[in-house]
Design a protein around this ligand. Structure first.
Ligand SMILES: [Fe+2]
Length: 341
């Protein structure tokens, strides 16, 4: 099993790219086909999926995958050629589809998050409490700037940025997601997921702008993906130092506003630098590709596109995760994953 295929390639300075050899993918697929997806009834499934993945991937590949969380310089990881559902339904334009309709994709997401030692969550008020979010061009939301939108460009942002970042205190709200993972279900070669490495952006900004962005003088509005409680939170900094002194960010191009002229000017400088597109890292996810990135360490964006509406449009399955369950408040006592926002 130890071969040159297991060697990771660094696609960009901050992205770890791993390809699963056919023999590994095939063995993992066989195991997952025997695994019922019933995470509400089987509370041990998350642990079982980790054990299974470890066995199938082997120690070298497992360690390479885990390095993503351990290495503060790595901000994104793509694992190509993961197991896939053999009978993929049409792209769910309503945004609602039972996980049992795509069990392998959902099990791959949960297995890899479990292997990484991170914890999947869904935020109250978003996605109807369903753990898996379908990133699709929804027929009713084509003009929304969200994971259900299509025609409008969805500009640079961090997801759920009004919530406390990793080094900020949590009180009655749950923490901001530390990770977003995606499984490619259907690819549209026209549409990339764009990632921007925060460190490169901060390094290119004037020191005075970094200082302004670090002050608690910004108001952040909840993103379009929240159905209700679209509040605004004032008095937040855009840039924050993390626990290892790394930069963290809560910028959301559409939903961040300066509370004074200096703050607004710093935001404009940041926007202009990003819109130069010189920091863009485009990623095309093929069916069976898994991508994960550190939500507060990168900005992500998607260009606008015209959906085909033929049942075969671009489709990714997204899953949020956090490092520490002590930093979330469960929304309901009977629910394993839904947290208060
Ligand atoms: Fe997003």
């Amino acid at each position: 099993m130890e071969s040159a295929h297991l060697k990771p390639a660094v696609a960009a300075a901050s992205t770890l790219e791993i390809r699963l050899p056919w023999v590994v993918c095939s063995a993992w697929q066989a195991v997952l086909k025997q695994t019922p997806l019933d995470f509400e009834a089987n509370k041990d499934i998350y642990f079982q999926l980790k054990e299974q993945a470890q066995d199938v991937l082997g120690s070298a590949l497992t360690q390479q995958v885990r390095d993503f969380v351990l290495d503060p310089h790595l901000t994104s990881m793509v694992i190509r050629n993961c197991p896939r559902d053999s009978d993929t339904p049409p792209t769910p334009y309503s945004g609602v589809l039972s996980p049992q309709s795509t069990p392998i994709a959902c099990l791959v997401s949960l297995s890899l998050q479990s292997l990484l030692g991170i914890h999947p969550v869904v935020y109250e008020g978003e996605n109807g409490g369903r753990l898996f979010r379908h990133v699709i061009p929804a027929r009713t939301s084509s003009s929304q700037k969200s994971s259900h939108g299509s025609r409008l460009r969805f500009s640079y942002h961090v997801d759920n940025p009004d919530l406390p970042l990793s080094s900020e205190r949590v009180d009655n709200l749950s923490c901001c997601p530390e990770y977003l993972s995606f499984v490619g279900m259907r690819c549209d070669p026209r549409i990339n997921t764009t990632l921007v490495n925060l460190d490169a952006v901060v390094e290119a900004l004037p020191a005075a702008t970094v200082r302004e962005l670090s002050l608690p003088q910004f108001e952040v509005r909840r993103p379009d993906s929240f159905a209700s409680n679209r509040r605004s939170t004032p008095g937040l900094p855009v840039l924050v130092r993390g626990l290892a002194n790394e930069w963290l960010c809560r910028f959301d191009s559409e939903n961040t506003h300066g509370m004074n002229a200096g703050a607004e000017c710093a935001l404009n400088t940041l926007r202009a630098l990003l819109e130069s597109r010189r920091f863009d890292e485009p990623h095309l996810l093929l069916p069976g590709d898994f991508m994960i990135f550190k939500n507060q360490r990168v900005l992500h964006a998607r260009d606008g596109f015209e959906p085909h509406n033929d049942g075969a449009d671009r489709w990714l399955i997204r899953l949020f995760a956090v490092n520490d369950l002590n930093r979330v408040h469960y929304a309901r006592a009977d629910h394993l994953y839904e947290v208060r926002s």
